[in-house]
Ligand binder design. Structure first.
Ligand code: MZP
Length: 498
């Protein structure tokens, strides 16, 4: 047997050491834009994300609702493949049917029009958002916006003037005012606007786009986006029924595929990659692997990105059941090294996704600093309103259901099959609960806030800069204790002890 010289390490065994933070290095200037498919040196990837987050290929995590919510925030979901082909394709179609563009309606409203006029307009056009201009013409100066939410909840008399419901927003829409995404999100939240902030590379707001079906607004003079744009969405496939599944997903408009498997270093994955590469133009990732050999095998078989991680998932018992796997940090560090060498030799950059085992938000920053281009998370997303599972009350707490793809509940034998019977012989995942945490966006904002702040500590404005500049130290078991609150009596526990 070959013995590794170093033990398998996890994220919790590492910390980042700060670099000089220059004055321009503040969270508002940080970009989290990241590639997710391979590209040649000097070229741009065909698919990239505004935030380095993907949601796991799991029944309990990634359906069409999660996909829309996450894409809206700049990430991507990989819709679970452990369902009939048609059902998965239908989910992809639902996401693609949501247009990211648009729009303020062509309303002919001035501030003097009444609420009744708005309701009329809504009925006639089906628009839920109306623009108010100074002269009531579509080309007049935009003074504000009235959204259906304002008047639907209003008990005011219908003859009240529109100005009472108007949100003056024109400068934001047209202004390209350089405010940050989180500032824009605050405004959207504060004004309860049904709109999507469009940000530039530095995560500054370029403009706001109001969501509505595009077709109804073809002639709209207020159209603000290149308008047929739809949310990006990924989908998981397996190495068994790909000849049936992939064409259906491609026809549904999927943007990127990933072969979902607990162990990706197999000839099955090579065959699947070769089939997709020779028949379709859609990019495809593969995995999971935990070492350089696995990485190179998949890349040479055509993978557009590679997913790293075996046994670290929160619901995963593969290591206990089969004794295979590797600490997530060690796996990532080795694969990144192989990727960087491959890039230096060939000029082709292969993005890496660190999949599973993210427990604290800082683990994401560490994964990025270690060279991952994006992370995939299950437990993290399962906690939110947007995940497909039931919210229950257990004791005094709300929880959401969360089960592994290797559990009997998921019946996903394809993910674990290595050529035997078409059943799950034993479980590699558990059926569990996770604490309910509310809505996706508010949680994501907090996590992103932490990542950006840490990046500033490291003197990095982009993920690429973080990867180049990060200084990472291993921590001893004793110093891990030092990292939490210690040697004090916490108020919460002292109170509950009373
Ligand atoms: P986590 O973010 O919940 O820690 O991990 C999610 C990842 O665990 C998934 O993306 C997938 O790679 C892996 N997974 C999903 N189901 C199982 C299982 O049942 C599993 N063993 O390991």
């Amino acid at each position: 047997a070959y013995y590794y010289k170093e033990p398998s390490r996890t994220f919790s065994e590492f910390l980042l050491v700060p670099n000089l933070t220059t004055k321009d290095c503040h969270p508002g200037n940080v970009s989290l834009k990241t590639p997710i498919v391979k590209f040649k040196r000097g070229e741009q990837p065909s698919v990239s994300l505004n935030i380095p987050f993907s949601s796991a290929v799991m029944q309990a995590v990634s359906d069409h609702n999660m996909a829309v919510a996450l894409a809206r925030c700049g990430g991507i979901s990989f819709i679970f493949g452990s369902q009939p082909v048609e059902e998965q394709a239908a989910m992809v179609r639902k996401v693609k049917g949501h247009k990211a563009g648009f729009v303020v309606s062509r309303s002919n409203l001035t501030p003097d029009h009444t609420l009744r006029d708005v309701l009329d307009l809504k009925q006639r056009t089906g628009h839920s958002t109306a623009a108010v201009t100074d002269d009531g013409t579509p080309t007049g100066k935009l003074l504000g916006i009235v959204t259906s939410r304002d008047y639907r909840t209003s008990r005011d008399p219908l003859d009240k003037p529109v100005r009472d419901f108007m949100t003056p927003f024109s400068s934001l829409i047209y202004g390209k005012s350089g405010i940050t995404l989180s500032e824009a999100n605050d405004l959207i939240w504060e004004h309860k606007l049904n709109c999507l902030p469009i940000v530039n590379e530095r995560q500054h707001l370029d403009y706001l786009v109001f969501r509505k079906d595009y077709d109804a607004h073809k002639e709209n003079p207020y159209e603000l986006l290149d308008a047929n744009k739809s949310y990006i969405v990924g989908a998981g496939i397996n190495t068994k029924d790909y000849e049936e599944r992939v064409p259906a997903l491609v026809a549904a408009g999927v943007d990127v595929l990933v072969i979902d498997s607990s162990d990706g270093y197999t000839e099955y994955q090579r065959e699947t990659l070769q089939y997709v590469k020779s028949n379709f133009g859609v990019p495809i990732g593969a995995g999971n692997v935990v070492d350089r050999e696995g990485f190179l095998y998949l890349v040479e078989s055509g993978a557009d990105f590679v997913k790293v991680g075996i046994g670290g998932g929160s619901i995963c018992i593969t290591r206990e059941q089969k004794g295979i796997g590797r600490g997530q940090a060690s796996a990532l560090i080795e694969v990144v090294e192989a990727r960087d060498e491959y890039y230096a030799e060939t000029g082709i950059y292969i993005p890496i996704c660190s999949d599973g085992g993210i427990v604290h938000d800082y683990h994401i920053t560490l994964a990025l600093a270690m060279g991952a281009d994006f992370v995939m998370m299950g437990r993290y997303f399962a906690r939110f309103d947007e995940s497909p599972t039931r919210k229950l009350k257990v004791g005094n707490n709300f929880v959401k259901e969360f089960w592994g793809e290797g559990s009997n509940r998921a019946r996903n034998w394809q993910r674990y099959d290595t050529g035997g019977k078409q059943t799950l012989l034993f479980e590699e995942g558990v059926d569990s609960y996770v604490p309910y945490a509310g809505g996706l966006q508010e949680n994501l904002d907090k996590t992103i806030g932490k990542i950006k702040s840490t990046m500033c500590n490291c003197g990095a404005l982009t993920i690429e800069e973080l990867q180049r500049k990060a200084r990472i130290t291993l921590v001893s078991a004793t110093s891990i204790v030092e990292g939490g609150a210690h040697d004090v009596i916490l108020k919460e526990s002292s109170l509950s002890g009373e």
